[in-house]
Design a binder for this molecule. Structure first.
Ligand SMILES: [Zn+2]
Length: 277
């Protein structure tokens, strides 16, 4: 393995990050002016079912943040920190102690944990809000790990790390409405095995009833760019979560959570025209 000093790594990450941002800016200017026919159709359906204003039943001022399409392409502003963060255990055990989440989601989070408990399932809140700076530190440690595991170049290490960790600003945890939860069957850790446990099955069936969706499914991986995360729950409010569940989003490759959020954004902030051709 080639050795990189921490300083060299930071300089490289900074340069690469700058290049990526520049290229994204170029692409956004080139591609922002049109909506694909698929997304137009989805937006029309969402307008009919959830209302034409694109807020999916949420407070109009909250909707742009709660429904922000945080993806590998779209980042939150580095200085975005929700104002109503509170520390909670979600009403269950918390292996890492109470976590920060937006006050807005606490009732539904507690309701989810309580409903699971009534069905004999124990859930624990593992993590909540993650600041931009924390994301940066986590991503850098992920890149160092990939270099130690034999990535041939820094670019390859970044690419590999990005399958499992978001680049700074690209984590849904910065919203404060996203949580990772765990269960005793996976030793209170974040594990792919959760999907095969009764707790994982319960989440697939019931998370939507409390306004939570699971954006990172195995089938969505080619679209989201992230490995599946059965422990990752994003709160989008009950109306939208119910619609996603009714559409069977967990078992589809053609519609991801991201598609709905982008279509809703299109309703809130209409794009000028359909794509040519
Ligand atoms: Zn997560």
């Amino acid at each position: 393995m080639r050795r990189y000093s921490r300083r060299a790594l930071l300089v490289w990450l900074g340069t690469l990050g700058g290049a990526v941002l520049w290229w994204r800016g170029v692409r956004r200017v080139a591609g922002a002016a049109c909506l694909s026919p698929e997304r137009q159709a989805l937006a029309a359906r969402l307008a009919e079912v959830l209302g034409a204003d694109g807020s999916a039943g949420l407070d109009g001022a909250e909707a742009p943040w709660v429904l922000f399409p945080v993806t590998r392409e779209r980042a939150l502003p580095a200085d975005y920190v929700p104002r109503d963060l509170v520390r909670t255990t979600g009403g269950g055990p918390a292996p890492q102690g109470g976590q920060l989440v937006r006050r807005l989601i606490v009732p539904d989070l507690e309701a989810l944990v309580a409903a699971a408990r009534a069905d004999g399932i124990t859930f624990a809140l593992y993590s909540g809000f993650r600041s931009y700076e924390t994301q940066r530190a986590l991503f850098e440690s992920g890149v160092r790990q990939q270099l130690q595991r034999g990535a041939a170049s820094l670019e390859e290490a970044i690419e590999r790390a990005n399958r499992f960790r978001a680049q700074p600003g690209h984590s849904q945890h910065q919203l404060g409405t996203t949580v990772d939860i765990t269960a005793p069957d996976v030793d209170w850790r974040l594990s792919q095995r959760l999907a095969e446990t009764p707790a994982g099955a319960w989440l697939r069936s019931h998370a939507w009833e409390h306004g939570f969706v699971q954006p990172y499914t195995p089938l969505a991986e080619p679209r989201t760019g992230y490995a599946a995360e059965p422990w990752h729950l994003r709160w989008v409010g009950r109306p939208l979560a119910a619609l996603l569940a009714a559409d069977g989003y967990l078992d589809r490759t053609d519609l991801t959570t991201e598609d709905y959020l982008l279509a809703l954004e299109g309703l809130r902030d209409p794009a000028p025209a359909a794509c040519p051709g």
